[in-house]
Design a protein around this ligand. Structure first.
Ligand SMILES: O=C[C@H](O)[C@@H](O)[C@@H](O)[C@H](O)C(=O)O
Length: 434
């Protein structure tokens, strides 16, 4: 059988395309919103219900999707969710009211909840520990690329055909990817096109908790009771509102505060997303560099990236000190870079700390914490932006990230969750499921 050199990078490329399509289908509704409001006579409040339906289902389903992925395995598990989101996305075209749209988008959100836990599970299967954050950075960059591809593709579909066609096209693209995933994704142990050298390099570089022989499996209850989980979930809870704010509010912020027109928004509002892409990639390479430069261990290297990102988030926090819209865009670019750099390390930490049998469940639980905060903060922005202004809200995001950095240094210890459990031997600890 022909061996393909560097096959692990093709595998993460396949995961990245999945993330791009996940964000393309996610953001299609925002681009189609003006057309939906006029053609289906939907009010802005009813549109907010449609967005909330996606966000609520995506938030709640992340741990469930993670659990299913840990049970079914990455290949089959991710395929099931991707086929579901493809079908639900295409079915959005059948909606004739805001209620129908909310139902369809809620279903898409529930299915897309598997996206990040599956990406992390695939990264932990195909990469040695020292390259894992790089792999996460590459698949996570799909979130910003997908967000950037949505406007041109969806606008073309609406202008050339109809808003229904936009959802059918994004659904069909997702279905094509899901079929490719089923054909091409295999665990390194079962991949015939993987050379022995690369397989040895991957498996030898993985910790004991990711080795195939590791039969230990933590239940969701044991994960939630573990200090290591909270050392990741609390910083994610504090950091995620920034991502939601950058994704949902920058165009409105530029319009309301600096009087940007649509052309100026089109020219500048995408730039923070480009720097977010850069943050994903650069942020992924920093932990191995910090380990080499400063001689620190894996978990401390992630903590250093989170701290660097938190300090950089002070930049957008100072937006209120300047009057120039171009300085504001520049500061938001620093913020986009900072957030995705620190977020990549926070996502990766679930696989540094939890084993192959519960990594997706643990990541899904931290993702639920993250999106709960993001949804709450979106409601705060909606309530206060017109009275308080955006500047204090951007300052709050910087404070949240700095608090998250304090939390990660004080709560998260430099060991795996099972090592901590074994040391603590709590009085009523349920024995690990073997
Ligand atoms: O913080 C943001 C993340 O890095 C972002 O890229 C996504 O992973 C996001 O969490 C999501 O669940 O879609």
């Amino acid at each position: 059988m022909r061996k393909i050199k560097g096959l692990r990078w093709y595998m993460i490329g396949l995961v990245t395309i999945g993330t791009i399509l996940g964000y393309l289908t996610r953001n299609a509704i925002a681009v189609a919103a003006p057309t939906l409001e006029s053609q289906l006579h939907i009010t802005t409040q009813q549109y907010s219900y449609i967005v909330a339906a996606y966000s609520a289902c995506y938030t709640v389903m992340q741990p469930v999707a993670g659990y299913v992925l840990d049970i079914l395995g990455t290949k089959i598990g991710y395929a099931v969710f991707a086929i579901a989101w493809a079908l639900f996305c295409a079915a959005t075209a059948l909606a004739g009211s805001w209620g129908g749209l909310a139902l369809a988008r809620g279903a898409v959100g529930a299915a897309e909840a598997a996206m990040i836990p599956a990406g992390l599970k695939a990264s932990s299967e195909w990469f040695p520990a020292k390259e894992r954050s790089i792999a996460v950075g590459y698949f996570n960059v799909g979130s910003s690329i997908g967000a950037m591809l949505a406007p041109p593709l969806v606008v073309w579909a609406i202008v050339a055909h109809s808003w229904e066609m936009a959802f059918i096209i994004t659904g069909v693209l997702s279905m094509i990817w899901a079929i490719c995933w089923l054909i091409f994704y295999k665990h390194p142990k079962k991949q015939p096109h993987l050379s022995n050298d690369e397989r040895d390099y991957i498996l030898a570089g993985q910790e004991a908790h990711h080795q195939l022989g590791n039969a230990k499996k933590m239940s969701a209850r044991q994960i939630l009771r573990n200090r290591q989980f909270w050392g990741i979930a609390l910083p994610r809870f504090l950091a995620e509102p920034a991502w939601g704010t950058f994704n949902a509010w920058i165009p409105l912020f530029m319009f309301k505060v600096y009087g940007f027109n649509l052309k100026e928004i089109a020219l500048f509002a995408w730039m923070p997303m480009l720097f977010a892409d850069l943050g994903c990639i650069v942020g992924g390479y920093l932990p191995p560099l910090f380990q080499r430069w400063f001689g620190v261990n894996l978990i401390v290297s992630r903590k250093l990236v989170v701290t660097m990102g938190a300090v950089l988030m002070i930049a957008p926090g100072t937006i209120g000190l300047f009057t120039s819209p171009y300085v504001a865009i520049g500061l938001l670019c620093v913020g986009g870079f900072a957030h995705q750099a620190l977020s990549g390390s926070l996502i990766t930490l679930s696989s540094d700390v939890f084993g192959r049998n519960e990594v997706a469940t643990a990541n899904g639980l931290t993702g639920m914490a993250a999106w709960t905060a993001s949804t709450m903060f979106a409601l705060v922005v909606g309530a206060l932006a017109d009275t308080l202004g955006f500047s204090p809200l951007f300052a709050a995001l910087a404070v949240f990230d700095l608090l998250g950095a304090v939390a990660i240094w004080t709560i998260l210890q430099n060991k795996t969750a099972t090592e901590l459990t074994a040391e603590e031997k709590p009085l009523n600890a349920a024995p690990l499921q073997s």
